[in-house]
Design a protein around this ligand. Structure first.
Ligand code: ROI
Length: 161
């Protein structure tokens, strides 16, 4: 079993419902546990709605690209709409971490680029593992984590697994 972390983001439609359904479907891929649910201001163009963000830890036997295929299928099932680059979207599922593996592939970079710069990824990751490290760096010690002002919308039961 590999411990993987998947980031969820949405700012179109009923984001909480869309994300909860995606987490429930992920439970068919492996065992799933969700972080709290956050609201975060958009990174990118500012004339778009705030995002809902969360992370799930997913323990699975799937190989990285097979997992990516499954996540992309779930995005499509959610009726994924993406209107512009760095713009609003119905559902984003990002494979953030896959065990301790470093993956460089045309379709997939793991750890996901930007993990260390995005509070809307770091705070939910820390919900799931307060001592999580990346490249020997303790995530909880990052300045961006200490300064973050994300809003917590719901505790870890939001996905109703
Ligand atoms: N901004 C926030 N706050 N949350 C996201 O999930 C998110 N996803 C994106 C971009 C457009 C970079 N901005 C985001 O893909």
């Amino acid at each position: 079993m590999i411990k993987t972390y998947v980031g969820l983001g949405s700012n179109l439609g009923d984001s909480r419902q869309i994300m909860a359904e995606a987490v429930q479907k992920m439970a068919q891929i492996g065992s799933v546990q969700a972080s709290r649910l956050y609201q975060s201001p958009p990174m990118g163009p500012q004339d778009q709605p705030n995002y809902h963000n969360a992370v799930v830890v997913l323990e699975t036997e799937l190989a990285p690209l097979d997992l990516l295929d499954r996540l992309q299928a779930l995005e499509q099932e959610a009726g994924r709409v993406r209107l512009r680059h760095w713009g609003e979207r119905t559902l984003d599922l990002d494979l953030l971490l896959y065990g301790n593996e470093q993956i460089q592939h045309p379709r997939l970079t793991v750890p996901h680029v930007g993990v260390l710069e995005r509070d809307f990824v770091l705070l939910p990751l820390l919900d799931l593992d307060a001592d999580l490290q990346l490249n020997g760096q303790s995530l909880k010690d990052l300045e961006i984590v200490k300064q973050s002002n994300l809003t917590v919308l719901a505790d870890a039961n939001w996905a109703a697994l």
